[in-house]
Design a protein. Structure first.
Length: 395
């Protein structure tokens, strides 16, 4: 009976997974169960949205009346034995029946609801991202820059202007009062913004990105902290090196143009140099690489290692010019990039699809449906749009 209860409990966890209703404790139990035997493969098969038709065919092939009669017969036979000990065969049949009944009903209900809400790419419209961001001032005040267009602000002795998607700091001839203030510019998913720092350095921030900096720069260096992706056009100043920190990586420059992609979920920080010269360094081990134009440093967050190579820089900086340019990237990498800009979630069914390679030059400011049509045609995949514009990719 203990085995039956375990099977039923695991079935309930699968149901909870389907409806995204598991508690943190249940998630831990589910993850432990997945690591046992071939449970992960079983769970993936059950939870695969595009296996629903196969589930229907299997259910049609089952004679439920016959199976139930057989179940009752086994139960009666087992109860007549001394001690009412159930045979292993019966336990397995009961466990399987419990799992099919619980999971089958839940999955059927889930997909009956979900499938009716899925739309084709042709019937969908997903607008591109826009110019918007939040500025966190040193006081903790949060300013919505989209609602504060054409406005002027003051941070200590530094004047700020927010005009047409560009936040500009201007020290002018004002004398610094000695108080260092820290600001953070936050660009959400589905957004982008530009900033001109107090030294004249221009920075383009991509979606889901934060840049933290002092106002104005003081001391012997100009230091900023980046999470996400940004393109830098640094104002030359040999006396004050410009440093971009992302985790334990530092990029040191005197005056140059480069792109840094430092999304934490990627586990890699990619620094691509367009002009000038930079030094990419791990600040604790001090391992480093010097980059020349058309070179790239790939920093592994886990191993703290840096690998340098020659690249065509355009695919890595094209986002700043309104393009998505991909060269032999996986479908998973492609959707990871474009989903941030269009602020959508996505699901690719099966490892085989995730590793398919894509090459293309796509418009960044068009409706997403146009891009999805191209992906469908080029990759021979099926794409549907669900609740909250979630993108489902299948064979």
């Amino acid at each position: 009976m203990e085995d039956i209860n375990k099977q039923i409990n695991h079935s309930k966890l699968l149901v909870g997974k389907v409806f995204d209703s598991l508690t943190n404790e249940q998630k831990e139990v589910f993850q432990e169960w997945e690591q046992q035997g071939n449970n992960k493969e079983i769970a993936d098969d059950i939870l695969n949205a595009y296996s629903f038709m196969e589930w229907q065919e299997k259910l049609k092939a089952i004679d439920t009346t016959e199976e139930w009669a057989s179940f009752l017969e086994n139960m009666e036979s087992a109860s007549e034995k001394p001690g009412k000990v159930l045979r292993l065969k019966t336990i397995k049949r009961m466990s399987a029946a419990a799992a099919v009944l619980v999971v089958g009903f839940a999955v059927f209900t889930f997909f009956k609801i979900t499938n009716s809400n899925l739309k084709s790419v042709e019937d969908s419209s997903i607008a591109p991202g826009t110019t918007h961001a939040e500025l966190v001032l040193s006081t903790g005040e949060v300013v919505d820059l989209q609602q504060s267009q054409d406005s002027k602000m003051q941070e200590g002795t530094v004047a700020l202007e927010n005009v047409k998607g560009v936040l500009q700091y201007n020290t002018g001839s004002s004398k610094h009062d000695g108080n260092v203030k820290t600001n953070t510019l936050k660009v959400p998913r589905g957004g982008e913004y530009q900033i001109v720092l107090s030294d004249g350095t221009k920075v383009w921030l991509n979606s889901d990105t934060e840049l933290t900096y002092t106002v104005p720069f003081v001391g012997s260096e100009r230091r900023v902290a980046l999470e996400g992706e940004a393109y830098f056009d640094v104002t030359p100043n040999k006396e004050l090196p410009f440093i971009v920190t992302s985790g334990t990586q530092e990029v040191q420059v005197l005056g140059t143009e480069f792109n840094v992609s430092a999304y934490t979920e990627d586990n890699h920080i990619i620094t691509t140099l367009v002009e000038g010269k930079v030094k990419v360094e791990e600040k604790y081990s001090h391992s480093n690489e010097f980059l020349s134009p058309n070179q790239q440093a790939n920093f592994d967050i886990n191993t703290k290692s840096i690998v340098k190579k020659d690249v065509d820089v355009y695919p890595y900086v094209a986002w700043k010019e309104g393009r998505f340019v991909f060269h032999n990237v996986t479908l998973e990498e492609l959707f990871s990039k474009i989903s941030k800009w269009y602020n959508v979630d996505y699901q690719i069914e099966g490892e085989k699809l995730k590793v398919l390679k894509f090459t293309g030059d796509l418009p960044r400011y068009n409706d997403m449906s146009g891009i999805l049509k191209i992906i469908e045609a080029e990759m021979s995949v099926n794409i549907q749009i669900g609740h909250n514009n979630k993108v489902y990719v299948s064979e």
